[in-house]
Design a binder for this molecule. Structure first.
Ligand SMILES: Cc1cc2nc3c(=O)[nH]c(=O)nc-3n(C[C@H](O)[C@H](O)[C@H](O)COP(=O)(O)OP(=O)(O)OC[C@H]3O[C@@H](n4cnc5c(N)ncnc54)[C@H](O)[C@@H]3O)c2cc1C
Length: 552
């Protein structure tokens, strides 16, 4: 936070975006809005980051979004996880996911220490001129005026203050006050079981190097390493066991005894949780948006709770920025819910499925489920489905702010543009997203996209927050009139015909692509999407005829 804990700050009367909640999702939204130059105030009732044991795993998509938010690769410590193993006490290892290697420039799976990540994000936010972050302010009430939301917050001295914002983001966690104030349902289920989470320290030399799920119906136990010599166990409480009795040092020592001699056990933190699988029926109402745990919560069995929140942040932040800068119509904000909610729900469904594998109800169910998994692993297709994580729902939208996908194309409209290692014009080897920067980008495959457009069209694209980038084969030289990168390992260029141009959104989603000869039409279609002038070519993606609840 910017100010020390005892000072009571007078809040700015007006901001463009008020973010309520400075957890990892609120911090990522603030970091992105700051990069887009949006005047942003982020408030939290607490001053410090939460220290409870929470998220521990992140995937390549999450790491890519943190890169987008400006975090350097070494901004927080990680352990790269090569595999996830599933064990049954009866059948032995019955399943495995291969998490080696990278996708889009980042490891498929890492573990981390959440407070480290949150400090890194806050550090990044503190560098951004247009963002102010303050602790000690609790949101109490929201009112709506014609062009803004008026938030009443209580400072730590008990005084009420009001802030007017053009848009408000509720990133205030699972018990979201914002969600309650906009009357949003949080549909789903709360599990009947409690789980004890224990983080142990000083395990530098002895922690496991992978993630394992011990799927014992008597006591399911996920187990994994974390940076800083940490190791985590998650123990499901049995019926009749109380939180208090299981949380005691002696009880934890007994549970961990198969791995650690009780004399050497050093508990860093512990907590008992009850897991939920819930999702809002809509992620926005008028000028108010929900993100992260405020919008969806999932049991942690596939490590996707925070990851989903980071996806929300990437999707929402640029849309708010473009609208506030007058580079898109407010109607595009409706696509936040349209794009994000189905995928968040799909991840919750996957976590529920994983929950059934991890904690089968009894020995017979365990034998049947785990035996079936073992059988499925015998055929290459189903083995691949689990081992190569094909079971994970693809982050490709069915509806939203992009042109209708065409079957069979490798660059899927509404899907993520791949990231690879490239060499830029300064002869630095960088990840390609760094060349895409914070803009809408027209990428030319082996062609200078500017050369396909008139000077008026070039100027119009720039006025929509656009830039141009040519990607060419390794060893090609730039003609100098357009930003230029070399595809060092020939990974992107094979995905489309030479001469293709691709419009990539700031959140790296492919808005559309076309052969060079159709460059002008592609630009026109992008403009239509941004400004809500509906065209038949985009009719399958998102209908603007019924912009739900844009004004309150
Ligand atoms: C045991 C466990 C394991 C997990 N493992 C994983 C994992 O491996 N991978 C993964 O991706 N996710 C995991 N998660 C989920 C992950 O921790 C959460 O999804 C993530 O922390 C949510 O971040 P958030 O910013 O949305 O909310 P929070 O971190 O809860 O932040 C909300 C913030 O809002 C503030 N706030 C609340 N109300 C108000 C108010 N009225 N006014 C002002 N401020 C307010 C709070 O003080 C808080 O700082 C796990 C969770 C648990 C419990």
């Amino acid at each position: 936070m910017n100010k020390n804990n005892n000072e009571i700050e007078l809040l700015p009367a007006d901001v463009d975006v008020l973010v309520v909640g400075y957890g990892p999702v609120g911090a990522t939204i603030a970091a992105l809005l700051g990069r887009y130059g949006v005047s942003t105030l982020v408030l939290d009732k607490a001053h410090e980051v939460m220290l409870m044991p929470r998220a521990i795993a992140l995937d390549n998509e999450a790491l890519r979004i943190l890169q987008l938010a400006g975090l350097a690769e070494d901004a927080f410590a990680k352990i790269v996880i090569p595999q996830v193993k599933m064990h049954s006490p009866v059948l032995g290892q019955f399943g495995r996911a291969d998490t080696q290697g990278c996708i889009d420039g980042h490891p498929k799976l890492v573990t981390f220490y959440q407070p480290d990540l949150e400090h890194a994000l806050r550090n990044q936010v503190s560098r951004l001129k247009s963002v102010t972050s303050l602790g000690g302010f609790t949101l109490e009430h929201l009112a709506y005026e014609k062009d803004c939301v008026v938030a009443t917050v209580r400072d730590q001295g008990g005084q009420a203050q009001t802030v007017r914002s053009r848009y408000l983001v509720g990133a205030d966690g699972a018990s979201s006050r914002v969600r309650a104030l906009i009357g949003q349902e949080f549909e789903g289920q709360t599990y009947a079981e409690d789980w004890l989470i224990v983080d142990v320290k000083n395990r530098h030399a002895s922690a496991i190097d992978h993630v394992e799920f011990i799927c014992d119906p008597q006591r399911p136990t996920p187990h994994m390493p974390a940076p800083g010599g940490r190791e985590r166990w998650e123990f499901m409480l049995r019926p009749g066991e109380s939180r208090e009795s299981l949380e005691s040092e002696q009880s934890i020592a007994r549970l961990i005894a198969p791995w650690i001699d009780p004399k050497e056990l050093e508990i860093e933190r512990k907590a008992v949780y009850r897991f939920h699988a819930r999702c809002c029926t809509r992620f926005s109402k008028g000028r108010v948006f929900l993100a992260g745990d405020a919008a969806h919560i999932t049991p942690p069995f596939v490590g996707q709770g925070l990851v989903a929140g980071l996806r929300d942040a990437a999707n929402l932040a640029w849309k708010l920025a473009w609208v506030l800068r007058g580079q898109a119509a407010p109607a595009i904000l409706d696509t936040y819910d349209v794009e994000r909610r189905p995928h968040a729900q799909a991840m919750i469904n996957l976590a529920k499925l994983m929950g059934r594998l991890v904690m089968p109800k009894n020995k017979i169910a365990a034998f049947a489920t785990h035996g079936l998994m073992r059988l499925l692993a015998l055929t290459p297709a189903t083995r691949r489905y689990f081992e190569q994580l094909d079971i994970k729902p693809k982050n490709t939208f069915r509806h939203g702010l992009f042109m209708a996908p065409v079957r069979g194309e490798k660059l899927v409209q509404g899907g993520l543009f791949p990231q690879v290692w490239v060499r830029n014009m300064q002869k630095h080897v960088v990840l390609s997203d760094d060349a895409l920067r914070n803009n809408l980008t027209l990428v030319g495959f082996g062609v200078n996209p500017k050369s396909l457009l008139s000077s008026e069209q070039v100027a119009a694209w720039v006025s929509h927050g656009g830039q141009f980038l040519q990607i060419s084969a390794r060893g090609q030289v730039s003609e100098g009139t357009c930003d230029f990168i070399e595809d060092l390992n020939h990974e992107i260029l094979p995905l489309a015909e030479k001469g293709t141009i691709v419009a990539v959104r700031p959140d790296r989603v492919i808005m559309g692509h076309a052969p060079g000869a159709a460059a002008q039409r592609l630009l026109r279609d992008c403009r239509t999407l941004l400004f809500g002038e509906w065209s038949p070519s985009a009719s399958e993606s998102f209908s603007l005829k019924d912009p739900v609840g844009l004004r309150v």
